[in-house]
Design a protein around this ligand. Structure first.
Ligand code: C2O
Ligand code: CU
Ligand code: CU
Length: 497
């Protein structure tokens, strides 16, 4: 079975995709079926690229209300139902600086509890800061106050609900938005005239009412994937840029379960930031895998006229591993290939110079670890038939209990965690509050470099991460960022004191 998976992964090479005629389709501005499965086109592409509204801090403060509400919003030539922040999905982009205070009044106009998590912000998980144990009942509001440290590095973070048991339907329904932290010490001359765009990827089910937030038992076990991937709520938008300019694309995978392996036709991608913020220098790749929760800041320097498709190459994220029977032949779940957006370049010009140095050598130091912990991600029969046929999704043999502390670590220590996935499907592992470095992967090199807060742990694979428990103390969580798995309990509690 594993050999099969690898074969299938290899099958989806970029060359194959180019061969199957996606380029022509891109020129026409329509989606092409570039994978092995044929799928009809649900919405015409080529719509205008739009960015979420942006709210910027002033004199060290950004204060706003986020109202969560189910609404009918524009989609293509019609409408669709979505959960919205202030009437839109994605919600507004929040742009702050290191040292700022961010104050958010969250107003719950859903018919179920919700709350707010600022994924990637290096802030306290206690009190009214990034505390995921807070619950906000329907009709209630809550004021969150986040003090962003003065040495917070430039980074792309995001916000979304974190109410255990309801995260996948609420986020899949449309509740997410970007947070951009700018560090004034990381101003880079070559980036001064950059064309900066936020691209939030998500794949909602399209429909007229809140039934779009439902999922079958099988979808919950595999991790729900909706329809087409959208960029800021728009299908396959068209971006335009003159040759010789520098584009900065800040990409968030805000999908509950869908993986993206992104590649831009005939162009290299220069990664300048990962989940944990700016890299020290650009890092060139042909494609980049973004598991749910991961982010990437990339530079694109177009030189020649033409349409260039930004594609997600297919990605096979494994199966339930049941092999036939009631689970239906092992139920493979792969994230489909698709054109995500098209970059239309006009004219021709030499490439804009890339910055050589982006950020000073990191203040955080991965150093060496003082201790090691083994973390096992598993899928088992568990409750079996008694659980309605639902599998158990566990970390170190247990499902989530908010009243239990699973890991106690001491403030100031540095730990290595060896994340081992014994199941036949991938799980993206996310730790709140403390960024980490990827030290070693069973599947190959530990790149790209940089700090992370989410890392994919492939089926039957393992990853070693190194975590300095500095700056922040308190109790928070780590979990699988396939949000249906998190909702089913694939989450643990950590306390650092
Ligand atoms: Cu983006 Cu605990 O999650
Ligand atoms: Cu998080
Ligand atoms: Cu998982």
């Amino acid at each position: 079975m594993i050999e099969d998976l690898n074969l299938q992964r290899e099958y989806w090479t970029r060359r194959d995709l180019l061969k199957t005629g996606g380029v022509l389709a891109a020129a026409l501005g329509v989606a092409a079926c570039t994978g092995s499965s044929t799928r009809s086109i649900s919405t015409p592409g080529g719509a205008k690229f739009i960015q979420p509204n942006e709210l910027t801090s002033n004199n060290g403060l950004l204060e706003l209300t986020l109202r969560c509400e189910g609404q009918t919003i524009p989609y293509g030539n019609g409408t669709r139902f979505a959960y919205t922040y202030n009437g839109t999905s994605p919600g507004p982009t929040l742009r702050v600086r290191s040292g700022d205070r961010l104050v958010i009044t969250l107003e719950n106009r859903l018919s179920e509890p919700t709350n707010l998590h600022t994924h990637g912000l290096h802030v306290s998980p206690l009190g009214n800061s990034d505390n995921v144990f807070i619950q906000i009942a329907p009709g209630q509001s809550h004021v969150y106050t986040y003090d962003i440290p003065s040495d917070h590095r430039s980074s792309l973070c995001w916000y979304h609900p974190h109410h255990h048991g309801m995260v996948a339907p609420q986020l899949g329904g449309g509740l997410f938005g970007a947070i951009i932290v700018e560090d004034m010490h990381e101003q880079v001359a070559e980036l001064a005239n950059i064309n900066e765009r936020v691209l939030i990827l998500n794949d909602p089910k399209i429909g007229k009412n809140n039934a779009v937030t439902n999922a079958s038992m099988m979808e919950k076990m595999q991790g729900r994937e909706g329809g087409d991937a959208l960029v800021n709520g728009v299908f396959a938008p068209m971006l335009s840029a003159p040759a010789g300019t520098l584009e900065l694309w800040r990409i968030v995978n805000a999908s509950p379960s869908r993986y993206y392996r992104l590649a831009l036709d005939k162009q290299q991608l220069q990664i300048i930031g990962t989940d944990g913020g700016r890299l020290e220098r650009p890092y060139a790749v042909d494609d980049i895998l973004l598991a749910p929760g991961e982010r990437s800041d990339i530079l694109v320097a177009p030189t020649q006229q033409g349409p260039y498709a930004l594609r997600t190459l297919g990605y096979d994220r494994g199966s339930m591993g049941m092999g036939g029977g009631m689970m239906g032949g092992g139920s493979t779940r792969s994230s489909n290939a698709q054109i995500i957006a098209t970059l239309n370049v006009s004219g021709s010009a030499p490439a804009a110079p890339l910055p050589k140095v982006l950020a000073a050598a990191t203040r955080l130091d991965a150093g060496s670890a003082t201790s090691q912990r083994d973390i096992e991600l598993a899928v088992g029969m568990g409750g079996g038939m008694g659980n309605g046929g639902m599998m158990d999704f566990t970390i170190n043999g247990a499902t989530f209990d908010a009243n239990r502390v699973d890991i106690s670590a001491s403030a100031g220590s540095t730990e290595d965690w060896v994340l081992t996935n014994t199941s036949a499907m991938d799980h993206p592992f996310h730790l709140h509050a403390w960024p980490f470095r990827v030290i070693e992967r069973s599947s190959g090199p530990a790149d790209p470099p940089g700090w992370k807060d989410t890392v994919n742990v492939p089926a039957r694979g393992s990853v070693r991460i190194r975590i300095p428990f500095v700056d922040i103390t308190g109790r928070t969580v780590y979990h699988c960022h396939i949000l249906d798995h998190e909702d089913q309990g694939m989450m643990g509690v950590i306390e650092v004191a």
